[in-house]
Design a protein around this ligand. Structure first.
Ligand code: ACM
Length: 385
């Protein structure tokens, strides 16, 4: 990491940073770590917050839910940290949530997830299902049809997200072609019988909630089976530029992902983000929606901290809720009724260069509706088949 090694002031603001830099989720969590550190470096180079630098207290939970819990405990109980930037998988978030709530910390969670959660101790800056699943469903069913094959990793995010997709499918008269789950640490050969079943059942498209290293196995198995993304693509909410770098650009081309941000979207804020990330880490190919959320949420914290001059959760929360900023994806805000960010809704198609061509986007940021109270608003339902 080519960041300035600066002498931190003794009264620096201590913030926890908890992303896996090793293990099966490290490809994506490393980019969230980088997004976080990029923002911290940018803020510190500009003089910190109220003259005090942000000091990241960093742990690597190694894609292990037990280590997330252990490090969250040590951050809050032994290392004097109240605010933590961290977690990718919903299982790691669920694992540390009781602790964060009991100790009245503040978790900044920069990952799309399955929704149906609210904690006064979490600021959710990734997409909820009404901001990504609905747009993906509408776009894909309209173009490819309504027989969906579900394949996911075996934990809460895929099971719950597939439940929501099935609800959308039922509402629009579609059909489940098949459903299969693989373990988070699955091997390449575990995907092969599922891919054969997919080929035999011939769905309109595959909806993948596979995460981590297994994503590579899935897309490569699809390509090796001779299947064609032009006629039966894989649609996902988690296959980002980072996973594409890991799997190979050729096997990703033509598949779809929904999210609020894709690298190279343009705009001053996006260009600054990419420049700063490259300045810190010397590469930009892995930049993706999860890194972007990790980046802008540090700026949201810094903005609130400048007002409260305190990291006390009870002082920060009311200032963060309702706040807004220009993020790389466009203007975003924190919904004061749900603690979830109002974000843009976009669908991208993977291109030859390892990026995404945006094929659909919302007219403005979409209000977070994590409990799907109004899932079929005009904005999100406008393209329904
Ligand atoms: C996830 O587990 N929220 C991707």
């Amino acid at each position: 990491m080519a960041m300035d090694q600066r002498t931190l002031t003794p009264d620096a603001w201590r913030v926890g940073v908890l992303f896996s830099r090793t293990g099966c989720l490290s490809a994506i969590e490393e980019t969230q770590f980088r997004g976080t550190m990029t923002a911290i470096d940018q803020i510190n180079r500009a003089g910190g917050v109220n003259g005090r630098e942000l000091l990241p207290v960093i742990h690597d939970p190694a894609s292990d839910v037990g280590l997330f819990r252990a490090y969250a405990y040590s951050l809050m109980v032994e290392e004097g940290v109240q605010t933590i930037f961290g977690c990718y998988s919903s299982s790691s978030r669920k694992a540390i949530l009781p602790l964060i709530e009991r100790l009245n910390g503040l978790l900044w969670y920069p990952t799309l997830y399955e929704g149906f959660e609210y904690s006064p101790n979490v600021i959710y800056t990734g997409s909820s299902p009404n901001q990504n699943s609905v747009a993906l469903f509408n776009y894909l069913t309209r173009r490819f049809g309504k027989r969906i094959y579900f394949i996911g990793s075996d934990y809460i995010y895929p099971h719950e997200t597939n439940r929501i997709m099935r609800m959308l499918l039922t509402r629009h008269g579609g059909e489940v072609a098949g459903e299969a789950y693989v373990s988070l640490n699955c091997r390449r050969q575990d995907i092969l019988p599922i891919m054969r079943h997919i080929r035999d059942t011939s769905p309109s498209f595959i909806f993948s909630t596979v995460v981590g290293e297994a994503t590579t196995f899935l897309y490569q198995a699809f390509s090796d089976a001779g299947l064609d993304a032009r006629t039966m693509p894989i649609a996902s909410l988690t296959t980002t530029e980072a996973e594409i770098q890991a799997m190979g650009l050729d096997v990703a081309e033509g598949h779809f992902t929904a999210g609020p941000y894709f690298k190279g979207m343009g705009g001053t804020c996006e260009e600054t983000f990419v420049e700063e990330y490259v300045r810190c880490f010397g590469e930009e190919d892995s930049i993706n929606m999860c890194a972007e959320a990790a980046y802008f949420q540090v700026h949201l914290l810094a903005k609130a901290l400048a007002v409260t001059n305190s990291l006390d959760t009870d002082l920060l929360r009311p200032v963060v809720l309702g706040s807004s900023m220009e993020a790389p994806q466009g203007r975003i805000s924190v919904n004061p009724t749900s603690n979830h960010a109002n974000l843009w809704s976009r669908v991208g198609r993977a291109n030859q260069a390892g990026g995404f061509d945006i094929v659909h986007q919302s007219h403005s940021e979409v209000d977070a509706d994590p409990f799907l109270i109004c899932p079929f608003s005009r904005e999100t339902d406008e393209e329904a088949a």
